[in-house]
Write a protein that binds this ligand. Structure first.
Ligand SMILES: Cc1ncc(COP(=O)(O)O)c(C=O)c1O
Length: 400
């Protein structure tokens, strides 16, 4: 009898964690390494949110909470969806989890049976396929193209749908590409989805508040209300409120699905951390003015990185609408010889040679299902970004 579960053979370790680990090891050996792999804002959690957590501790809010979340947070989520997305939900239709990650996992756990297919546009956030596989489903990848700014076309979506399709995973703005769908682009996809009753939509709106210029965020049910009864709208405080460590995510959707997710969570972690939930109440109900301030900073960094990368020989970098990632192509470097003498055959070779040669840690695109590209997280200071981009330019120029 094997000790480890068969399910483990279906999952891979996270490539983003592996890159951070390698960067840490090189740093420990005394190398000067700039890590652009992390998927979290470098800003601190705003003071009013921290104060709400301290007040919660002092009030003794330190006990188990209801599985789906404290009523105050579920009400704040209802108001958030109304205020920002024009969506109507009752508190009973919401659920709070330990990060957006738990919400996604429990949604798959609650619904997937062997043979069920989940459509995931590539490039994708690394955890979607692994979660689907762990829960016994089959990920179905649909490639996008850099020419179409990494956005799925309605034709490609239509072609991927089968009678076995249970979920379509939608993530805009996207990790890793930063691509965000306009209302019209999303409507073209929802027009396909309304025709296929068996397909549920799992929309991961985690980067909603990080869009730039005059881009306007849209979420599937807002664009196509007919999808209300088969959409789970997921969001969280991690990215918008610089609260990655607090571990609060949430979702709203049809009652039967929320109840099923509640049941799983009740046998798993129970309610999310009580103190973090009170902090999230303040995040959603309190002043929102630092969001546009942070956006301005991110936008400046995006413009800097895109412009400097496009000056690197062999790199082509589109300027995405949102998140804090860019996803340039390194196609122009494939077949070239790195300063170490190694021929760059894949994007993975490119990132490992870049790390060895110039001490810049980025993540290869094939880890996100589409290459030859690489992901840069620009959630770090302009000074470090400028230095990192200079090193990338130098590395590319040195590849012959
Ligand atoms: C697209 C996407 N969805 C979900 C998550 C998970 O967020 P959380 O920190 O709330 O678990 C992340 C975090 O990196 C993400 O990039």
């Amino acid at each position: 009898m094997a000790f480890l579960a068969d399910a483990l053979s279906r999952v891979k370790p996270s490539a983003t964690i592996a890159v951070s680990q390698k960067a840490r090891e090189l740093k420990a050996k005394g190398r000067d390494v700039i890590g652009l792999g992390a998927g979290e804002p470098d800003f601190d959690t705003p003071d009013n949110i921290k104060a709400a957590a301290v007040a919660a501790i002092e009030r003794g809010e330190t006990k188990y909470t209801p599985v789906s979340g404290i009523p105050e947070l579920r009400e704040a989520i209802v108001r958030k969806f109304k205020r920002e997305n024009n969506l109507e939900y009752t508190a009973a239709q919401t659920i709070v989890g330990t990060g957006g990650k738990q919400i996604l996992f429990n949604a798959f756990m609650a619904t997937l049976n062997p043979g069920d297919e989940v459509i995931i546009p590539a490039p994708y956030w690394v955890s979607y396929p692994e979660m689907v596989a762990l829960c016994g489903g089959t990920p179905v990848f649909v490639a996008t193209t850099q020419e179409n700014n990494f956005k799925l076309t309605p034709e490609a979506l239509e072609k991927a749908i089968t009678p076995k399709t249970k979920w379509f995973v939608f993530n805009s703005p996207s990790n890793p590409s930063g691509a965000a769908y306009s209302h019209a682009e999303l409507k073209a996809l929802t027009d396909v989805l309304v025709k296929h009753d068996q397909v549920w939509i799992l929309t991961d709106d985690m980067y909603e508040h990080l869009t730039y210029g005059d881009f306007k965020f849209a979420t599937p049910v807002e664009v196509e209300p007919k999808l209300y009864d088969r959409t789970l709208t997921m969001n969280g405080v991690s990215k918008a409120y610089a609260m990655t460590g607090w571990r609060i995510g949430y979702a709203a959707g049809p009652l039967a699905l929320i109840k099923a997710m509640d049941m799983i969570q009740g046998q798993q972690t129970s309610g999310a951390c009580s103190i973090a939930q009170w902090a999230a109440v303040e995040a959603l109900n309190g002043p929102q003015d630092f969001i546009p301030e942070n956006k301005k900073i991110f936008e400046g960094r995006r413009d800097l990185v895109v412009s400097m990368l496009n000056q690197a020989k062999g790199i082509a970098c589109p300027s995405p609408e949102g998140a804090f990632y860019v996803y340039p192509s390194c196609k122009g470097l494939i077949g070239k010889t790195a300063p170490s003498g190694k021929v760059i055959e894949t994007d993975e070779d490119f990132v490992s040679e870049l790390l060895e040669s110039e001490g810049v840690a980025v993540v290869h695109g094939s880890a996100f299902g589409l290459g030859p590209n690489f992901r840069i997280s620009y959630a770090t200071s302009e000074e470090l970004l400028e230095e990192a981009c200079k090193r990338i330019q130098r590395f590319c120029a040195a590849c012959k």
